[in-house]
Ligand binder design. Structure first.
Ligand code: AKB
Length: 321
């Protein structure tokens, strides 16, 4: 019987992935953990415990007491926040991964999931249809920690047989939770402004293309990878993964089809340089070949779904319900 531990469950990805894991394994088999006790109320469908992943003794105790078999380690400082406190971001992102990998080796855990990101790529990476294997040279602390993390994952697989699996997520867009501290987060905020009938102030240029993915596709990819037979998972650093690519202007136009009066202005800030260092689009053919990856959503399909569902999760401020 699998026992699943999700670290950083209260985050944008964690809140939806934990629900999907509870659906697959049963709520009693899933322990959601987060640094903040306030996250507890979102996890009435599974078990919840507060956990600071930097407290490696507490982590080890929990894994041993609960006979955990799989860890999904989602806690991280993202790209924009990471630049404000680089040493803290490095410390948190790197040390926590090493604690989890060591624990997996020591306790002979079945599987580990750890998210990587398109942030592993940098200004010298081919920008279009970025290949799985190419020059990386990331220039954000988040990207550097993800690249180093990928090397550690592969190392623990090769040297210690730890079954660690990973995806290089594009910008993730969902309506059920708020993101925190990423460069791609404008593509979440813009929907909130649209349903509130407010003008959107975009921190990227109108033509700044980035790889993106709708959350249901990200959840599907994660479960598909984790449920794939061990021998099908041939890449143990992290898989390139693609859903769609668009610019701020294109997402604005997609929303305008539903909200004709919606307005936008562009005021690029320090996050523009981060976006400029990342690819426009990603070649994910290895994920398609090795474990059958196929996205379901394009930009307009995502926009329609978000605008239909977002108001019930985050009612716009100026609407009485
Ligand atoms: C970020 O913008 O930092 C993240 C990412 C692309 O990993 N969404």
């Amino acid at each position: 019987m699998e026992k699943i531990l999700v670290i950083g469950a209260g985050g944008q990805l964690g809140s939806e992935l934990t629900q999907a894991l509870a659906n697959q394994f049963g709520g009693e088999q899933v322990i959601a953990t987060d640094l903040r006790d306030s996250a507890r109320s979102a996890f009435d469908f599974c078990r919840f415990q507060t956990l600071d992943v930097m407290n490696k003794e507490a982590l080890r105790d929990l894994v041993k007491e609960e006979k955990v078999t799989q860890i999904y380690h989602l806690a991280a400082v993202l790209s924009a926040t990471g630049e404000k406190n680089p040493l803290f971001a490095w410390h948190l992102n790197m040390d926590s991964l090493l604690y989890v990998l060591e624990l997996a080796k020591e306790q002979k855990l079945d599987k580990i999931y750890w998210p990587s990101s398109i942030a592993v790529f940098g200004p010298n990476t081919p920008k279009f249809n970025t290949p799985q294997f190419c020059v990386k040279e990331p220039n954000t602390v988040y990207g550097i920690s993800k690249q180093a993390g990928e090397r550690w994952c592969e190392y623990y697989f090769e040297k210690h047989g730890v079954d660690v699996r990973s995806l290089r997520y594009p910008g993730l867009i969902g309506y059920k939770s708020l993101p925190g501290g990423g460069t791609t987060d404008y593509a979440v905020d813009i929907y909130h402004k649209a349903i509130a009938n407010e003008k959107f102030n975009c921190f990227l240029r109108e033509d700044s293309y980035l790889p993106m993915m709708y959350m249901p596709d990200a959840i599907k990819a994660t479960l598909d990878l984790m449920n794939a037979p061990r021998e099908s998972v041939k890449i143990r650093s992290s898989y390139n993964l693609a859903g769609m690519s668009f610019s701020p202007k294109e997402i604005f136009e997609s929303i305008k089809k539903h909200v004709p009066d919606f307005q936008i202005e562009f005021n690029p800030d320090f996050r523009q340089a981060i976006a400029d260092s990342w690819p426009d689009s990603i070649d994910d053919s290895r994920a398609r070949e090795d474990w059958g990856w196929q996205p379901d959503y394009d930009l307009d399909g995502m926009t329609t779904d978000i605008l239909k569902n977002l108001p019930s999760y985050f009612p716009p401020k100026n609407t009485l319900i």
